[in-house]
Design a protein around this ligand. Structure first.
Ligand code: ZN
Length: 257
């Protein structure tokens, strides 16, 4: 089943995790890996600190986002950390996510069950998705170019009772269900070699952090790659957090003097 992620820049787990069948396991695992990524990042900050010194400070700064005095030798440390987060770490994370994506066909294969085409869920209504598409949202544009909403939750439930029940049990939020009318009787894509076929369909599943029907041929890929993916997302979240915190501190130091 295809989870609609209309905010692809953000971590996928934020928008889709609420609907996965293994939500509690993923949340727990994410928390654990977040701690690991955090510790690694703090270690990196300390390692980078070793090559910076200040003749005026009697001790090292309390944290990497401390507001430093004018001319402090550790200001260069903060700058180096920001550059490292934005360049080295950012690049590593993107490479890791690319490797995960590239391993999809090695570790899995589409069994043509057709579930991801006949059963997609989203926190957004069709009207909301159309608005997003009109505003230029990539995913919403592609999605609404083929997918249509089920008449009602009951209609989706009539076709996929287990899946709807499972999703119902796991979220208090509104869920909207969609299907692609181009799926043929023998569960093939009616637009397969057609330019109208959206890229999101060719790319699917792009990340292990999506809803997946348990018999999906990519399930083993998802299971294998889930920890690495969660770690990459945790690192991304942390590096953005620290880069912003340090930038704020740098600005405060500069404004103060
Ligand atoms: Zn200093």
């Amino acid at each position: 089943m295809q989870g609609v992620d209309t905010n692809r820049a953000a971590c996928h787990y934020n928008t889709n995790m609420g609907l996965t069948h293994d939500i509690s396991t993923i949340k727990l695992k994410y928390r654990e890996l977040f701690e690991l990524a955090h510790q690694r990042m703090l270690d990196l900050f300390i390692r980078l600190q070793a090559s910076h010194h200040c003749t005026l400070c009697t001790s090292t700064p309390a944290s990497v986002d401390a507001v430093l005095h004018p001319g402090c030798g550790y200001r260069d440390w903060q700058k180096e950390v920001i550059l490292t987060l934005e360049n080295t770490i950012g690049k590593q994370i993107l490479e890791s996510l690319e490797r995960i994506k590239a391993s999809r066909e090695e570790k899995g294969a589409c069994h043509q069950c057709g579930v991801c085409c006949s059963f997609a869920s989203s926190p957004f209504s069709y009207a909301q998705l159309q608005q997003k598409a009109a505003a230029g949202d990539y995913f919403a544009t592609q999605f609404t170019s083929v997918f249509l909403p089920y008449e009602s939750v009951e209609a989706a439930k009539a076709r996929f009772p287990e899946l709807v029940t499972e999703i119902d049990a796991q979220t208090d939020e509104d869920v909207h269900y969609y299907y692609c009318p181009h799926l043929t009787e023998d569960k093939r894509c009616g637009l397969y070699n057609d330019p109208r076929r959206p890229q999101i369909c060719a790319d699917y599943p792009e990340t292990p952090l999506i809803l997946m029907y348990k018999n999906c041929g990519y399930q083993s890929w998802k299971d294998d790659m889930l920890p690495t993916t969660l770690l990459a997302h945790a690192s991304l979240e942390l590096s953005q957090y620290y880069a912003n915190k340090i930038l704020d501190a740098v600005k405060q130091s500069e404004n103060a003097h």
